[in-house]
Design a protein around this ligand. Structure first.
Ligand code: FE2
Length: 295
């Protein structure tokens, strides 16, 4: 199971695409069906779909898997009773599978038989998405659900978040103990720490400073730099997230504490708590389809 992409709807999608391409450093894969598809250097046909619409919302977050995984997933989703329907993707890369709405509204899509593309040789492009994080009213309940229904695994718990993996990457998603549900942020995996830092420089060329970072996280050990994109969402340059074994010992909040005045391993950055909190409420999920039997 791999995290592949996020599909967003928003006004002025062309301006959001312009930011991701000409400032952030990603690449236009295609423009079709009122949608800009933005890719990185890796084999996924796109990482972010930006569809023109009247209001801002997330249509889905897409994971790709093989047919066997999809069959097992379908059975568990059906047994859960959560709203779901079969899905034939019209996005780049095609594929078939299901989309399910979790109890706090998160819309997760699982596709098999998707196509991939040739890699691009450009060390400044993001490679892929490394995680998409959600705000949750009840992060523990949501994490329990994704373990039971989606077969994801909790990697670590902190005071603020529950980190969840769907393969050997420490986390592909996380649920923030926010008290409300929405999109928290989208993290792009850069080739290495230098590529993150060159990204920070590129943003600086456009008079943009990080909302948090650069720094190195505790859980996952990844390097980060967060920005508030002009289209409202929080986006992150990240790299070097930890790979974990199947029997990784789940950390508890008391295992992940910081010395006073520190919120990352390096201790070199400030965090715009107020700005991030507003940005993290810009996009929530909206289900625009009716549930249907999965078989
Ligand atoms: Fe992150």
């Amino acid at each position: 199971m791999k995290l592949r992409s996020i599909e967003m709807v928003l006004p002025a999608a062309d301006q959001a695409a312009d930011f991701l391409i000409n400032v952030w450093g990603a690449k236009l894969a295609a423009q079709q069906n009122n949608t800009h598809y933005i890719r990185g250097s890796g084999t996924f046909p796109y990482l972010v779909a930006l569809e023109e619409g009247d209001s801002k919302y997330v249509r889905s977050v897409t994971f790709v898997c093989d047919k066997q995984e999809l069959i097992a997933l379908k059975a568990r989703v059906e047994a859960s009773g959560f709203p779901a329907r079969p899905e034939v993707s019209n996005d780049l890369g095609g594929g078939e599978g299901i989309i399910v709405e979790l109890p706090e509204g998160e819309l997760l899509r699982f596709l098999a038989d998707t196509t991939e593309v040739d890699t691009l040789d450009d060390e400044d492009l993001p490679v892929k998405l490394t995680h998409v994080v959600f705000n949750a009213t009840d992060a523990e309940r949501t994490a329990d659900i994704v373990e039971q229904v989606l077969n994801f695994r909790v990697s670590d718990r902190t005071k603020g978040m529950v980190f969840v993996r769907c393969n050997d990457s420490h986390h592909s998603t996380a649920f923030a103990r926010a008290g409300f549900s929405s999109l928290n942020h989208i993290a792009f995996e850069m080739q290495d720490t230098d590529a993150v830092m060159r990204g920070v420089g590129r943003l600086r060329d456009h008079d943009r400073t990080p909302a948090w970072g650069p720094g190195r996280h505790g859980p996952g050990d990844n390097v980060f730099a967060y920005y508030i994109a002009p289209f409202g969402a929080v986006v992150e340059f990240s790299t070097a997230v930890e790979k974990v074994p199947e029997d990784y010992k789940v950390g508890a909040p008391e295992d992940w504490t910081w010395p006073e005045n520190r919120i990352d391993q390096w201790g070199i950055s400030d965090k715009d708590f107020a700005g991030l909190k507003v940005a993290e409420q810009t996009f929530s999920f909206r289900r625009t389809w009716q549930p249907e039997p999965l078989n």
